[in-house]
Design a protein around this ligand. Structure first.
Ligand code: SF4
Ligand code: SF4
Length: 211
């Protein structure tokens, strides 16, 4: 167990609902769920299996204090933010945001499942956006394609060449801009200062050190 995970477990004792309410983004909505199951029935990714627990089950487990099972679950990482559940929930629970809030909290505690493709994509996307001030699609694609080595990256690039050509033809991929390193941002320092301040305020609100 990571230090932070131990500290949080000790701080909240057996009150996992309170822990989620205070530590996870939008976690205070979990108690509003009335277990109707509309969210799970509406979820396109849940239909394909692979989820440890559908959303309403995860919410009940939080209320039942199943801390380990929830934090190590793959469920929050399967959500693709389609908002189907959110618009249909009779209690107006912002399920999409709650799922991402629980995922972010599990990540902070070092409980995110290893080898999770969603985690890898979101980390790569976030690092890219914060480093360049906006999503640099060229660098993002490079990071994702070459994450398993040069040979695997070249193989993926060859597989996707018809898609790249289609994007060029449709004017969605500018070769000259790509060769120059992709999109740039006008005030990178300003954006990074804003993000640092946001981290500081968020950490103060949650009573922890800035990430
Ligand atoms: S649709 Fe809303 S109220 Fe119904 S189970 Fe899902 S979160 Fe709970
Ligand atoms: S927003 Fe996420 S949890 Fe909700 S229906 Fe879409 S994939 Fe499922």
């Amino acid at each position: 167990m990571s230090d932070m995970n131990q500290q949080m477990a000790a701080r909240y004792k057996n009150n996992f609902l309170k822990e989620i309410e205070e530590q996870a983004e939008m976690g205070n909505w979990v108690k509003m769920c009335m277990q109707c199951g509309v969210c799970s029935g509406s979820c396109p990714t849940n239909f394909h299996g692979g989820w440890d627990h559908p959303p309403q089950e995860l919410f009940m487990m939080i209320r039942a204090g199943k801390r380990d099972e929830v934090l190590s679950s793959n469920s929050m990482w399967q959500c693709v933010s389609c908002y189907n559940c959110y618009v249909r929930c009779p209690r107006k629970v912002p399920i999409t945001h709650v799922m991402h809030g629980i995922a972010e909290y599990a990540y902070r505690l070092g409980r995110a499942p290893k080898m999770q493709p969603t985690l890898h994509l979101s980390q790569t996307f976030w690092n890219n956006a914060t480093k360049y001030g906006r999503v640099n699609e060229v660098k993002l694609t490079q990071s994702l394609y070459f994450k398993d080595g040069i040979a695997s990256g070249i193989k993926k690039a060859m597989e996707m060449q018809s898609v790249a050509l289609g994007l060029v033809k449709a004017g969605r991929l500018n070769i000259m801009e790509a060769l120059g390193g992709g999109h740039k941002c006008k005030d990178l320092k300003g954006i990074q200062a804003m993000l640092a301040k946001a981290r500081e305020l968020e950490a103060k609100r949650k009573g922890r050190q800035p990430a």
